[in-house]
Design a protein around this ligand. Structure first.
Ligand code: 5GP
Length: 138
């Protein structure tokens, strides 16, 4: 499958679709997941076109992973989370639904379950509030 420039994350990168943005630099972007599996669920993506981990330029991947670490540190503090889960899915057989490479950052708490894919949209003002909380720790 070839990269689809019309996918929702490509539109977010081009500012054609709204997102509660947390962090941005030349190569990567972080924003709140619109259907969070837990409060604080954040996504980190490279800005360059790549469907999955197998197609990304290794240097851009390194930078994206570094951004994931920086943002994860901030999410952990902002949500006072004892655990953080990082997830990254490649291909529909693995459960990938948006075909632009992304890392999920999920705050985890002992005994608090979450579903693998959330189905409920969160209000934009709640997501903006969470993004602002995370930004204070960047
Ligand atoms: P995947 O299943 O591909 O690993 O994850 C895709 C993620 O993107 C899901 O967690 C889903 O909630 C999220 N998502 C889908 N559409 C949008 C959108 O328009 N905006 C944002 N911020 N997240 C989205």
């Amino acid at each position: 499958m070839s990269y689809d420039q019309g996918n929702i994350f490509a539109k977010i990168i081009r500012n054609e679709a709204p997102a509660a943005r947390v962090y941005e630099d030349e190569y990567s972007l972080a924003f709140m997941d619109v259907m969070p599996q837990v409060p604080g669920h954040t996504l980190v993506i490279p800005k360059s076109a790549a469907e999955n981990i197998h197609e990304i330029d290794p240097e851009v991947l390194s930078h994206t992973v570094r951004t994931t670490q920086v943002v994860s540190n901030a999410v952990k503090q902002a949500f006072d989370a004892p655990g953080i889960m990082i997830a990254q899915l490649n291909g529909s057989a693995a459960g990938q639904t948006v075909f632009h490479l992304h890392f999920h950052i999920l705050p985890r708490f002992q005994g608090l379950e979450f579903s693998l894919h959330a189905r409920e949209m969160q209000e934009m003002d709640v997501l903006q509030d969470h993004a602002e909380r995370i930004k204070t720790f960047l």
